[in-house]
Design a protein around this ligand. Structure first.
Ligand code: AHR
Length: 497
């Protein structure tokens, strides 16, 4: 059998994981809000019209922060339309996704949902069709206790306590020509700087995320980050990265290597941030917010009725192969946890999402739900340095690619270790030989695995066959454990003292 090797040393840490790396995203798009988290007529909806079965599922995913309200949507959104008495809220054309928005759900409803789903909000402001004024007013509305126009408006609308939102996106994908109010890097850098300054003047405890490139392939990638950061460096805490992956050519080997592209993207953005930091002789570090990532391509050509309300849009049904790439992406994000502090699986419900619902009806958890829930639930603590000596296989897009990719997380009390690993080899088992140094008494207690499914197998409302199962526990032999990783498998080996 082929063998891969790694050594984990308790005291050799890449860094502490910021729990916000397990974030997700709810946009006013398709049925994410209407028919997804909010469905007042549903038998399981609570007094606020929020679906309790969806909330339970979100809790199983253990998502600590959710980005809202967009996405492309935010660049044409007037936040004032979504607060106050519902009968007075305007119905408007929503230009990003060619639908009608009736604004029956807005900021205060979302904040109620966050509380019930046990998560925080990462709020985005509109820097497309609006600017500094609307942005600072929204911070006042959300975070100022009371006694001013906007904070009293919130209190009058039923939210006595401030929402206290700590993380704010300065617009969305402003480098993209498709974005309403798209700008040049210079124009956006100046606007982001002024908006962040004003927003922080209202509440100096908030952190801001400046828009980086919409994806690694943008013609302006690199220049965009360098120019905007050069202008707004001191006013921002994070730069955003977005990337979606597809397997349109039906080339599994290349598809399962695409997290290597993500790794390059991350390293490049880190270099740009640090170039600007060096150039400015600054002590301030700008970190990364990978606030949109997922597989997205299954649903692209499905038609919908223009200007309808909450049609079926971007409802990708994910297969087992997608779940493997999600595992690999999570491994990549964690490996870079010293700089990636925030990341959002885009999105959370119905729209390119791990959770799917019927309007008024059933729900199910997609294949990609499981690797995300494993990493989010067991991947809390610090990432250990890990060099992997792995057999390789050839791919069309990436040449030689290691069979095994893996990351390991030590809990804060140092009593639990979890090894996450994917075997990308399509045909062969690989024996993963893991040495544990400075970890006396650490024993394998659980081995969760997803393997043996057809690559295109999916879950659905009627049956969900693609689920994890328990595999036979590997034995500890002195300071090493040998874990058999089946071909095309997602593996979670948990150790405890
Ligand atoms: O997540 C779907 C869309 O993808 C978002 O609205 C946009 O930011 C990105 O292009």
């Amino acid at each position: 059998m082929k063998t891969a090797k790694t050594t984990l040393v308790k005291s050799f840490k890449v860094g502490q994981i910021d729990k916000r790396i397990y974030g997700s995203f709810i946009e006013h798009l398709g049925r994410a809000v209407y028919g997804g988290i909010y469905d007042p007529g549903h038998p399981l909806a609570d007094e606020d019209g929020l679906r309790t079965d969806v909330i339970d599922s979100v809790k199983r995913l253990n998502v600590p922060i959710v980005r809202y309200p967009g996405g492309n949507f935010v660049s044409g959104y007037n936040w004032e339309d979504g607060v106050g008495p519902k009968e007075l809220r305007p119905k408007k054309l929503e230009l990003a996704w060619s639908v009608t928005e009736d604004n029956s759900f807005g900021t205060d409803e979302f904040m109620k949902w966050c509380k019930k789903a046990d998560t925080d909000c990462m709020m985005a402001v509109n820097l497309g069709t609006r600017g500094v004024d609307a942005a600072r007013n929204l911070v006042e509305y959300c975070n100022h206790p009371s006694g001013t126009f906007y904070s009293d408006m919130r209190v009058k609308n039923g939210a006595k306590e401030p929402h206290n939102i700590k993380l704010w996106c300065l617009g969305n994908e402003m480098d993209g020509p498709w974005q309403l109010g798209h700008k040049t890097a210079e124009d956006y850098g100046l606007l982001a700087n002024e908006a962040a300054k004003a927003m922080k003047a209202v509440d100096n405890s908030i952190e801001t995320v400046i828009c980086g490139s919409s994806n690694y392939g943008m013609r302006t990638f690199g220049e965009w980050e360098a120019t905007t950061l050069d202008i707004a460096y001191d006013a921002v805490n994070y730069v955003s990265l977005h990337q979606y992956f597809d397997n349109r050519c039906d080339d599994t080997a290349s598809f399962l290597a695409k997290n290597m592209d993500m790794e390059r993207f991350i390293k490049s953005v880190v270099s740009i941030c640090d170039y600007i930091k060096g150039k400015k002789h600054s002590n301030h570090t700008v970190n990364l917010s990978f606030d949109e990532w997922n597989v997205w391509y299954h649903s692209n050509d499905i038609p919908f009725d223009k200007w309808s309300k909450a049609p079926h849009q971007l409802e990708d049904i994910y297969n087992f192969e997608d779940a493997l790439l999600i595992g690999l992406i999570l491994i990549t994000l964690l490996r870079n946890c010293d700089r990636v502090k925030v990341a959002c699986l885009a999105q959370l419900v119905n729209v390119i999402a791990p959770i799917m619902t019927e309007n008024g009806g059933r729900m199910f958890e997609q294949t990609i739900f499981y690797p995300f829930s494993h990493v989010s639930n067991f991947g809390r603590g610090s990432v250990l340095y890990q060099v992997i000596d792995s057999p390789m296989h050839d791919t069309r897009e990436f040449s030689l690619v290691p069979d095994i990719d893996s990351v390991s997380v030590l809990s804060d009390d140092e009593n639990e270790l979890t090894v996450f690993a994917v075997n990308r080899n399509e045909k062969e088992d690989v024996l993963f030989d893991v040495r544990l140094i400075e970890m006396d008494g650490m024993k394998p207690v659980e081995f969760i695995q997803m393997s043996g499914f057809g690559l295109k197998e999916t879950n659905g409302f009627d049956s969900s066959p693609v689920k994890p199962k328990n595999a036979e526990l590997p034995e500890l032999d002195g300071d090493r454990v040998q874990i058999k990783l089946p071909p095309l498998s997602w593996n979670v080996v948990r150790f405890k003292k």
